[in-house]
Ligand binder design. Structure first.
Ligand code: CP
Length: 310
């Protein structure tokens, strides 16, 4: 039994294994070949107690492409609305003979907790402001497709990082791959103490973007902030929003990433989000193959043989 709870605990060899397995699934599956029989007979439950479009659909598609049966449960239609606890909900899902559970929850550490009380693999699909491991895996997979080795690559993460589980998972994976990571934004959203994560913190957008090969925009998360936020949305956009003029500071071959959902005109202008340097929809598509790899490996499938790349 294997879980995926955080990228902090994965070695370079394990990240390579997941990416290599995802690459082989991506190669096998085409518009005409939609399924492989790898998880035939297994039932995977997607328990999403926070909203999601991309992650939930990609996990569902990934499971179906592995020939597993899937059931999705969300906060509104589950008995959590009647006060049933996460523990009872999850134990009932296991009693209903699910083989694996994919969980999104607002409480950091909830997938870890479930991994200790359940006898089936638990996959973290985002736990509060802690981690979003499959997002970090698909983002670094997309970077490697475009750039090759990430060792020494200049990656900038720009936006609401203090509250971002996407940033945390990306930072963990990028450090393991040897990338040079800079976090940028206002000091209220990107405080200096984040340097404890082993990255550089900057509040100077121009110098941070200079020659960066990847810029990853993050959404301002109104739902995790208190009222009276500084800077306001308008102030944020004027100081840190990515527009054509600021994108010109990047490396000429730089790629622009965003995990979605996008606040168009806030953290990124539409012409950049939809422009030739954007890989935002490639990230979404890669989310299927990466999640296929995660489900397959957590179910006990044999990884592709790979030579660690660094
Ligand atoms: N990137 C991401 O987690 O998007 P969703 O919240 O729509 O799943």
């Amino acid at each position: 039994r294997r879980h995926l709870l955080t990228l902090e605990e994965l070695s370079l060899a394990e990240l390579d294994q997941i990416h290599a397995t995802a690459a082989s699934f991506k190669k096998i599956l085409t518009r005409s070949v939609k399924k492989v029989p790898a998880l035939r007979g297994k039932t995977i439950v997607n328990l999403f107690l926070e909203p999601s479009t991309r992650t939930r659909m990609a996990f569902d598609m990934a499971a179906k492409r592995l020939s597993a049966d899937t059931i999705s449960l969300d906060a509104k239609s589950s008995s959590t609305t009647k006060g049933e606890s996460l523990r009872d909900t999850a134990q009932n899902i296991e009693a209903l003979q699910a083989d694996m559970i994919v969980v999104r929850h607002s409480a950091p550490g909830s997938p870890l907790y479930l991994s200790k009380i359940l006898g089936i693999p638990v996959i973290n699909a985002g736990d509060g402001a802690h981690e979003h491991p499959t997002q970090g895996l698909l983002d670094t997979f997309t970077m490697r497709e475009r750039l090759g080795s990430l060792k020494g690559r200049r990656v900038v993460i720009l936006g609401d990082i203090l509250y971002s589980r996407v940033a945390r998972s990306n930072i963990q994976a990028l450090k393991t791959f040897g990338a040079d990571v800079t976090l940028v934004g206002p000091s209220t959203l990107v405080p200096k103490h984040l340097e404890a994560l082993g990255v550089t913190v900057s509040h100077d957008l121009r110098s941070a973007l200079a020659d960066a090969e990847v810029v990853m925009l993050l959404r301002i998360q109104h739902e995790r902030q208190n009222a009276g936020m500084f800077p306001s949305i308008g102030e944020y956009t004027s100081m840190f929003g990515l527009n054509q003029q600021r994108a010109a500071w990047l490396h000429p071959n730089a790629i622009i990433m965003h995990p979605g959902p996008i606040n168009r005109g806030v953290e990124i202008d539409s012409e950049l989000a939809d422009g030739p340097r954007s890989v935002i929809l490639d990230q979404v598509t890669n989310g299927i193959a990466v999640r296929m790899a995660v489900l397959y490996l957590c179910a006990g499938g044999q990884p592709e043989y790979v030579t660690p790349t660094g």
